[in-house]
Design a protein around this ligand. Structure first.
Ligand SMILES: [Zn+2]
Ligand SMILES: [Zn+2]
Length: 424
């Protein structure tokens, strides 16, 4: 007997190894989700791997007590399960292009420049190539005519004509789950402990596996896995956009900027209201950073329920910036954020929809420290501290406060907080 992953002295090493191959090929298919041809190849490969598990298990049947009647029961269960039936049907069946192209869709969302307003969505065939999507946009939006710049989000959903209601990688994950359960039982019959391992090498306890219908916790394709992002002008894909912000040891922060972090930590524990109340403190910190470093990257603090993330915008292109805010919204959803705090230097007041022009005219044009606190309940406060810079000298003006200003770049967050269902 040999070890398979964390399964020591595995009684069914070939079948168990094949199940791990299914897991790997499933992830390979996820990684190619946005590439129609590569996806289909990987999908077929994963299906093939799924079918192999049962055949290989039959070759190892001699070590499983009472194999015939036990296995017959499993075959009956599979026959009664539409998704399993689809997976295990005739060996030579492969998913053809025509089978996938009929009902699969790509939801394309155009996030326009510069206002973020009026994003539009269309459903197109999932195998549409970027140039075809561009043509559709030209027709529907008069895109080139207006030379519109912006971000294009393409979110694909692959389904087979035979299982139109099931996203296809979900079908495969289901198949994995059934086979995993079967192998778990087979190990039991051999008086052996089945151990399932995630990509990260962690053992998943049986009770947890059972609760997940025997799928590994990493086998859930997220919305992000199914999305690709394009610069709409060039129809080239764009990806990275952020810097993870290193958390400096508090001694170093105090040494460099003369800031006591304790106050800020206390603020964090009281959520967005704490940040609104303590805004003056944070703005003082930002001033010190500006004076010391000569710049203050735009930092976004996503206040998650159990953990928080701080990311900084790394301005590459305007489209990259649009993508940045989309991803912040995704992260806010993933962390079930109770709010977002944005702080940093802006070259001018962030564009807003509801600040009264009269209010704005009181504000000197030019750069400033902007701080926006926003929560899922629609609460939004902007603090704006204009400054003048002379060489390395800063002269800060008093801070203006605007309630519910409608800061335009926060639009993706509002979308997600307004329709959590659509995005989950
Ligand atoms: Zn094993
Ligand atoms: Zn995995």
């Amino acid at each position: 007997m040999v070890d398979v992953g964390n399964c020591t002295s595995c009684p069914l090493p070939e079948a168990h190894k094949r199940l791990e191959d299914v897991h790997i090929s499933w992830h390979e298919a996820v990684n190619q989700y946005c590439e129609p041809d590569a996806f289909r190849r990987n999908l077929n490969h994963a299906i093939q791997e799924l079918r192999n598990v049962s055949w290989v298990l039959q070759a190892e049947k001699d070590v499983i007590p009472g194999f015939e009647s036990w296995y017959e029961e499993w075959r009956n269960r599979f026959r009664a399960d539409a998704r399993m039936k689809w997976i295990v049907k005739a060996r030579n069946t492969i998913v053809k292009k025509s089978d996938l192209s009929k009902l699969s869709t790509a939801r394309i969302t155009l996030v326009p420049e510069p206002s973020f307003r009026g994003r539009t969505e269309y459903l197109v065939p999932a195998d549409a190539q970027p140039h075809e999507i561009a043509r559709i946009l030209v027709e529907k939006e008069g895109l080139r005519e207006f030379n519109l710049a912006g971000l294009l989000i393409v979110e694909r959903r692959w389904v087979s004509t035979e299982l139109p209601d099931d996203e296809i990688l979900g079908v495969l994950a289901h198949g994995f789950g059934r086979l995993c359960e079967m192998l778990w039982e087979a190990h039991e019959r051999c008086n052996s402990q089945f151990r399932a391992t995630t990509c990260g090498g962690e053992i998943v306890p049986s009770e947890y596996l059972r609760a997940l219908n025997w799928k590994l916790p990493c086998m859930e394709a997220s919305d992000e896995d199914r999305r690709a992002y394009f610069d709409v002008r060039k129809m080239t894909s764009i990806s990275e956009y952020t810097d993870e912000v290193p958390i400096l040891p508090s001694g170093e922060v105090t040494g460099r900027y003369g800031i006591e972090l304790q106050k800020l930590k206390r603020m964090q524990s009281t959520g967005i209201e704490g940040f609104i109340e303590g805004a003056a403190n944070l703005i003082e910190v930002a001033k010190k950073i500006l004076e010391k470093d000569g710049n203050h990257k735009l930092m976004v603090h996503v206040l998650g329920q159990t953990k928080s993330a701080i990311v900084a915008l790394d301005p590459g292109s305007r489209e990259g910036e649009l993508l940045f805010w989309e991803k912040i919204a995704v992260r806010a959803r993933e962390l079930a954020a109770g709010g977002i705090v944005v702080i940093g230097e802006f070259s001018h007041v962030p564009s807003c929809i509801s600040i009264d022009k009269g209010d704005l005219s009181r504000v000197r044009q030019g750069p400033g420290i902007g701080m926006v606190v926003v929560g899922p309940n629609g609460r939004e406060v902007l603090f704006w501290t204009p400054y003048e810079r002379n060489e390395s000298e800063y002269r800060f003006e008093p801070t203006h406060r605007f309630d519910n200003p409608g800061v335009a770049f926060l639009q993706p967050l509002w979308e997600i907080w307004a329709n959590p269902e659509r995005h989950s």
